[in-house]
Design a protein around this ligand. Structure first.
Ligand code: ARG
Length: 354
C-alpha cells in the first residue's frame, strides 16, 4: 500500500507545486505580456507578482489537496477537483430523537435531550470548522430522526456518490432526501442494484487504495464486491460479529493510508487476519470502544472523537496525531458518534481513490 505521506513529500510534491505554479501564475503573465500595458512593464505589478508566484509553488499541501483527488484517467474524462479544502456534510439535529430501536444502543425508554443534542452537535461542528473544514449543511426533515448521521448517506468517489440502501424500513425514506441534496450539490448519484443493502460510508472505508467493507449486520457482502467492481479497486469485506458494532465505522477508523484504529472483538477471525495487513493498527480497549472511540473524524493529523477515551488519546499522541475530544453522549443513545455525524465529501483523509 502506498502511504499518503509518501505521496505528499519529495519529488512528487515539488512537481505538483511547479505544475500549479505555472498554471496559475506564469501562463496568465505570459499571455498578458503581449499587451502594451503588460504587468512586466509595471514595476509595482512585478513586485506584487513576485509575492504571488511562489505561493502555489510553496503551498504544496493546499495545492495537493486539490490534486490528490484528481484522476484524469477516470473513464478517460478530464475531471476537475470539486474541493480545495477538507469538506464535510452535516445535518443539524432539529428532528433527532430515539423514535425506534434498530440497534442495541437505542431504547425508546432512554430518550435524547433536544437542547443537549443541539449543543453537542454544535460543539463538534465548531471544532471541525476550527480545523479548517468547509461544512455543508443538509436541511433536517421531520420524521427522519437519523438523518443527522450523514455518514450513512452514501460513499463518495470523485464526483460520484453511491447512495445508501438501508436495511431497516425506518431509515429508507432518508435516501431520496440525500439523493436530492447530492444532485443539487453537483454530484452524480449511483444506486446499487436491488435488493442489495448498503449503508454508505458507515460500512465502507478506504485505507489507502483498498476499500474495507463491513457486512452482515447492515450492508451485504455482495454490495461491497459490487462497489469494488465498479471502482476497479481492491476490496476487503470484513464480517462484523457483534451487534453493538453494527457499522464498520463503529469499530474501524483509517487514520492515514497505513494507519487505522480498530476494535478486534467486533470482527471474525478472518477479518482480523485481513486487517493485520494494515502496517500500523491501533487496538482500542473494550471500555473505550463502547465510548465509540473508533467513530472518529480525521482531518489531517487531527482526530476528533467522543470524550472518555484517555487511552486512545495517549496512543494517538504517541503516533503523531492530535486528539480532540468533545462530549457526544446524546448521539451514543442512537448508536452514533463523531464520525457518523459527518460525511467527508472530498473523500476520507486516509483514502487514495483509484
Ligand atoms: N441509529 C442509527 C442506525 O442505527 C445510527 C447510525 C450511526 N451511523 C453510523 N455511520 N455508524 O442506523
Amino acid at each position: 500500500m502506498r502511504g499518503r505521506s509518501e505521496r505528499l513529500t519529495g519529488v512528487s510534491s515539488f512537481v505538483h507545486g511547479i505544475f500549479w505554479g505555472v498554471i496559475f501564475s506564469v501562463l496568465p503573465l505570459w499571455f498578458t505580456s503581449s499587451f502594451d500595458d503588460s504587468p512586466w512593464s509595471n514595476p509595482l505589478a512585478c513586485q506584487q507578482l513576485a509575492t504571488i508566484i511562489p505561493v502555489p509553488i510553496l503551498n504544496t499541501d493546499r495545492s495537493l489537496h486539490a490534486v490528490r483527488r484528481f484522476n484524469p484517467r477516470k473513464n478517460g474524462v478530464f475531471i476537475m477537483p470539486m474541493f480545495d479544502q477538507p469538506t464535510v456534510l452535516m445535518c443539524p439535529p432539529d428532528f433527532y430523537g430515539i423514535e425506534y430501536e434498530i440497534n442495541p444502543w437505542m431504547s425508546r425508554g432512554v430518550p435524547s435531550d433536544a437542547e443537549q443534542s443541539r449543543r453537542q452537535w454544535q460543539a463538534l461542528h465548531d471544532i471541525l470548522f476550527g480545523l479548517g473544514v468547509d461544512i455543508r449543511l443538509m436541511e433536517p426533515v421531520k420524521g427522519l430522526p437519523d438523518l443527522v448521521f450523514t455518514a450513512n448517506a452514501g460513499l463518495m468517489w470523485h464526483n460520484e456518490v453511491f447512495l445508501a440502501a438501508f436495511r431497516h424500513s425506518a431509515r429508507q425514506p432518508e435516501t431520496p432526501v440525500d439523493a436530492d441534496w447530492f444532485r443539487s450539490a453537483g454530484f452524480e448519484t449511483v444506486s446499487l442494484p436491488s435488493p442489495l443493502n448498503f449503508e454508505g460510508a458507515g460500512d465502507a472505508l478506504f485505507c489507502g487504495d483498498t476499500l474495507f467493507g463491513g457486512y452482515l449486520v447492515r450492508s451485504d457482502a455482495s454490495a461491497i464486491q459490487w462497489l469494488g467492481t465498479h471502482m476497479k479497486c481492491r476490496v476487503i469485506p470484513l464480517q462484523l460479529v457483534d451487534d453493538h458494532y453494527y457499522h464498520l465505522d463503529t469499530c474501524f477508523c483509517p487514520l492515514d493510508a497505513t494507519t487505522a484504529l480498530y476494535y478486534p472483538p467486533a470482527f471474525d477471525d478472518y477479518a482480523r487476519r485481513a486487517l493485520s495487513h494494515i502496517p500500523r493498527l491501533i487496538a482500542v480497549c473494550p471500555e473505550e470502544a463502547s465510548r465509540f472511540a473508533c467513530n472518529a473524524v480525521v482531518v489531517g493529523r487531527n482526530v476528533v472523537m467522543n470524550t472518555g477515551c484517555p487511552q486512545l488519546e495517549a496512543d494517538l499522541t504517541q503516533f503523531g496525531f492530535i486528539p480532540h475530544s468533545t462530549p457526544l453522549d446524546e448521539f451514543l443513545k442512537a448508536g452514533g458518534s463523531a464520525k457518523c455525524l459527518t460525511l467527508r465529501l472530498d473523500g476520507e483523509e486516509a483514502a487514495i481513490w483509484p
